[in-house]
Design a binder for this molecule. Structure first.
Ligand code: GLN
Length: 492
C-alpha cells in the first residue's frame, strides 16, 4: 500500500486490528517518507528508526495476542520538549543539545503504554519561545504548503511533520498559542486543553502556569484519539487535576452544533493587522456553522488590549525562574575553560541560550526584581484575573467563543519581524492560556497565496469534548481538513 499516510487514525486503528497491514509496514512507510521528504521540510530533530521498528514489532505481537489498545502500532512524533528516556531531548536549544533524558515524560510514557510507536522528536522554537520555529538551534522548519514559509511555532516541527504526512499525528505544547497557531499555519486541527488536563511531568518548562500539552492532527477525530491517551491526572504533576477524563472519541457526536451559541467578540474582528483573507475565511466558516444550526451572538471582550502586555510579563517572569536551572553545572551545555564559577555560569548561559531566550530571561528577571515586582509582575497577575473574568462573563451567554487563531497566515522564513511585531501576532491565542481555558484550531480554507487559515473556538473549562465534537461535525460537513500540501501527495 502506497497511501497508508492518507488514512485517518480510526482507519489506521481498524487496518491494524484487521491485519490489513502491520505496524512494521506502517512504520517503515513513515520512516521512508521521512528519509525522502524531510530533507525539505526539516521537521525532525531526531529520528528514532531502530526503536520505532522494535516498538512496531512489539505492537504487531500485541495485536496478534489480542492485548492491543485502539492505538497499538500507530506511529507518532513527539515535540522535542517532552522527555524521552535514552533519547536526546533538546527543547530546540544548544543548552540541551547534549541532553539524553533519563526518564520519559508522562505523556510519552502513556503513549508507550497505549502501544504508540515513536518515530522521533520534532523541531520547535528554543524552549517554546517563538511563533515561527526559527528560534531553534537546529534551524528553520519549512511549511509544507509553501517551503519558503514558516510552519508557525513553537510546535512548528509537529505541525510540519503532520501536514507533510511524515507522522499521522503529533504532540505539541501550548503556553501562548504554540499548538493552535502552527495548526492554523499548516492547515491542521490542534487542541489546547484546559490547564491541568494533561500532565506537565517531563515536559520541559517554559512558563509553568501557562504550559499545557495537547494533540495536533488532521482532524478533530484524530485529535480525540490522542486526547484519550494524553489526558488524565498525574500524581507527578501537582497542577494536574483529579477529574474524570471523557472518552473523547465516543463523545465526538455528542454535542450538536444545532442550538450552539457562538460568541463573536467585537474587539477581535477590529484588530489592526487582521488580514482580510483570514477575516473572510473565518467569517465564512462561522456562516457555515450558522447554516448547521448554530446561533452567532456578538459579545464584548473588553480586556483585548491587555493580552499582549500581560502575557509578555508573566510568561518571561516564569521563564526567568524556570531557566535558572541551566547553570552549566548539573546538566546541559557547559562553557569551555571557565576561569571561575561566575565565568562558568555567565558563559554557559550566554553561549547556550539563543537571543530570544536571553531577551525573555532579561525581561522576566527585571519584572521580578525588588522595586519592580509590584509595578509589573503583581499588576500583570491582577490583569490576568480580569482577563479570566471577562471570559467567564461571556460564557454566561454563549457556549463557545470564535476567533481567528492568528491575524495572518504563515510568515516567510527570514521575514525578521521585530520582537514586538512578533508578539502582536499572539493576540488571539495568549488570553486563553492566561485564563487556563481550552481552545481548538480547525482549518477553514486558504488565503490568496494558498496558505491555510484557521478558525479558533474557545470553550469553557473542561469543554474539550464539546470543542472536538463541534469541529468534528463541521468537518463532517466540509472538506478543508482533507486537503493536502503538494509535498504530502509525494510518495516515498
Ligand atoms: N508565540 C508564543 C511565545 O512566543 C508561543 C508560546 C508557546 O505557546 N509556547 O511565547
Amino acid at each position: 500500500m502506497t497511501d497508508l499516510h492518507r488514512l485517518s487514525i480510526r482507519e489506521l486503528s481498524e487496518g491494524l486490528a484487521g491485519a490489513k497491514f502491520s505496524s512494521r509496514e506502517l512504520t517503515e512507510h513513515y520512516l521512508k517518507r521521512i528519509a525522502k521528504l524531510d530533507t525539505q521540510v526539516k521537521s525532525y530533530v531526531t529520528v528514532t528508526a531502530e526503536q520505532a521498528l522494535a516498538q512496531a514489532d512489539a505492537a504487531d505481537a500485541s495485536i496478534k495476542a489480542g492485548t492491543a489498545t485502539a492505538l497499538t502500532g500507530v506511529p507518532i512524533a513527539h515535540k522535542d520538549i517532552f522527555c524521552t528516556q535514552g533519547i536526546k531531548t533538546s527543547a530546540g536549544s544548544k543548552m540541551l543539545d547534549n541532553f539524553i533524558s533519563p526518564y520519559d515524560a508522562t505523556v510519552v510514557a502513556k503513549g508507550k503504554a497505549a502501544g504508540l510507536v515513536t518515530l522521533g522528536k520534532v523541531n520547535m522554537d528554543e524552549f517554546a519561545m517563538g511563533s515561527t520555529s526559527e528560534n531553534s538551534f537546529y534551524g528553520a522548519t519549512a511549511n509544507p504548503w509553501n517551503l519558503s514559509h514558516v510552519p508557525g511555532g513553537s510546535s512548528g516541527g509537529s505541525a510540519a511533520a503532520v501536514a507533510a504526512d511524515l507522522a499521522p499525528f503529533a504532540t505539541g505544547t501550548d503556553t501562548g498559542g504554540s499548538i493552535r497557531q502552527p495548526a492554523s499555519f499548516c492547515g491542521l486541527t490542534g487542541l489546547k486543553p484546559t490547564y491541568g488536563r494533561v500532565s506537565r511531568f517531563g515536559m520541559i518548562a517554559y512558563a509553568s502556569s501557562l504550559d499545557q500539552g495537547g494533540p495536533m492532527a488532521h482532524s478533530a477525530e484524530d485529535c480525540a484519539y490522542l486526547m484519550n491517551v494524553m489526558a488524565g491526572h498525574d500524581a507527578k504533576d501537582s497542577t494536574s487535576v483529579e477529574k474524570d477524563v471523557d472518552d473523547y472519541v465516543a463523545n465526538l457526536n455528542g454535542k450538536a452544533v444545532k442550538g450552539l451559541r457562538i460568541g463573536i467578540p467585537k474587539q477581535y474582528f477590529n484588530v489592526a493587522g487582521l488580514d482580510a483573507d483570514v477575516k473572510a475565511r473565518v467569517e465564512e466558516s462561522l456562516k457555515k456553522l450558522e447554516e448547521m444550526g448554530a446561533t452567532l451572538v456578538e459579545i464584548d471582550l473588553n480586556m483585548t488590549e491587555a493580552y499582549v502586555p500581560t502575557y509578555y510579563l508573566i510568561a518571561p517572569a516564569e521563564a526567568s525562574s524556570n531557566l535558572s536551572r541551566y547553570d552549566g553545572v548539573r546538566y546541559g551545555y557547559r562553557a569551555d575553560n571557565p576561569v571561575d564559577l561566575m565565568d562558568l555560569y555567565k558563559r554557559s548561559r550566554s553561549e547556550g541560550f539563543g537571543a530570544e531566550v536571553q531577551r525573555r530571561i532579561l525581561i522576566g528577571t527585571y519584572a521580578l526584581s525588588a522595586g519592580y515586582y509590584d509595578a509589573y509582575y503583581v499588576k500583570a497577575q491582577k490583569v490576568r484575573r480580569l482577563i479570566q473574568q471577562d471570559f467567564l462573563k461571556a460564557f454566561e451567554s454563549v457556549d463557545v467563543i470564535a476567533a481567528p487563531a492568528a491575524p495572518t497566515t504563515a510568515y516567510k522564513i527570514g521575514a525578521n519581524l521585530s520582537p514586538v511585531e512578533m508578539y502582536l501576532g499572539d493576540i488571539y491565542t495568549i488570553a486563553v492560556n492566561l485564563a487556563g481555558l481550552p481552545a481548538i484550531n480547525a482549518p477553514v480554507g486558504f488565503d490568496k497565496d494558498n496558505l491555510p487559515v484557521g478558525l479558533q473556538l474557545i470553550g469553557n473549562y473542561w469543554s474539550e469534548s464539546q470543542l472536538l465534537s463541534v469541529v468534528h461535525q463541521y468537518q463532517q460537513a466540509t472538506d478543508w481538513h482533507t486537503k493536502r500540501a503538494a509535498i504530502a501527495e509525494e510518495n516515498a
